[in-house]
Design a protein around this ligand. Structure first.
Ligand code: ADP
Ligand code: MG
Length: 261
């Protein structure tokens, strides 16, 4: 009788604490504990471990959803032989995520198709897997969001939003020239994260041409670069486009097939 009411109270405690996974596992674990004469300590450890795993999994799923990473590719998927200008040791070092600990930025610079987004997103997945808050945006998306925020009186909230993640990925800076307002928004995002949170930024523009992104405003471009580069890892990728490469390989194979037929 008391055992029964103990059990009911235990269920009620777990429900009150919203430990649904532990509550669900409870009957099975109690049976097992009785059968294998588990110590109180071992039983409690197993029960809590079930809940810890469930909470951890939920957190990871929610972090992954929040991060909005545009592709599932991880750093392990990167083919270094196709891109000799990318040093696997450097990427390996970045994959330890120490750069996030000290708010170092990562700048990936190179022409289209060389894997800039893939590497930035791969770093994003690694950080999510380590339980860090990550957020991916393109520069154009950031500009549009900030524009809307300014119109709707949500500027401060939006700036706080971009300050929040441990790692902010800003993809495709320089593909489109940013209007003055957008350049100011990006500048403020970079400034408020300066020495506090990492940015992984991809761009097709060499650092010397950054004035172009910012409407030929060399002041804002210079001030932004100062902050971005002060503590940074710069990865210049100057190889061939990966897409074009497989394209060329296919074309080559087709040509050879025709030649040899
Ligand atoms: P970028 O951002 O530099 O324009 P992406 O990262 O979008 O280039 O890469 C273009 C496509 O080629 C993507 O599908 C990407 O996964 C693939 N890709 C690029 N470089 C590599 C690489 N070294 N190994 C494997 N896939 C690659
Ligand atoms: Mg890209």
């Amino acid at each position: 009788m008391t055992e029964h009411s103990d059990y009911q109270r235990l269920r009620a405690h777990l429900a009150f604490l919203r430990m649904a996974a532990a509550a669900e596992a409870l009957p099975g674990l109690l049976d097992e504990a009785a059968k294998t004469k588990l110590s109180n300590q071992a039983f409690l450890e197993r029960l809590l471990a079930v809940e810890v795993d469930a909470v951890d999994e939920r957190r990871r799923v929610s972090l992954a959803r929040f991060a909005s990473l545009p592709s599932p590719f991880t750093l392990a998927d990167f083919d270094y032989s196709a891109q000799p200008s990318v040093d696997p040791k450097l990427i390996g070092e970045l994959a330890t995520l120490r750069f996030v600990e000290d708010a170092t930025n990562v700048l990936l610079i190179g022409p289209p198709g060389v894997g800039k987004t893939m590497l930035a997103v791969g770093l994003g997945h690694a950080a999510v897997a380590a339980g860090m808050r990550v957020y991916y945006t393109t520069a154009a998306e950031l500009a549009a969001k900030c524009h809307r925020a300014a119109l709707e009186g949500r500027w401060a909230t939006t700036m706080r939003f971009y300050a929040g993640p441990r790692l902010l990925i800003v993809d495709e800076v320089g593909y489109l020239p940013l209007p003055a307002e957008a350049a100011a928004a990006l500048f403020q995002v970079v400034s408020q994260r300066y020495l506090k949170g990492s940015i992984a930024l991809t761009t097709n523009l060499g650092i010397a041409s950054w004035g172009k992104v910012f409407n030929d405003d060399p002041m804002i471009a210079g001030a932004m670069l100062d902050r971005l580069l002060h503590r940074s890892v710069v990865i210049n990728i100057d190889g061939d486009s990966y897409r074009m490469r497989s394209h060329r390989a296919r074309a080559e194979a087709t040509r050879n097939a025709v030649k040899n037929s």
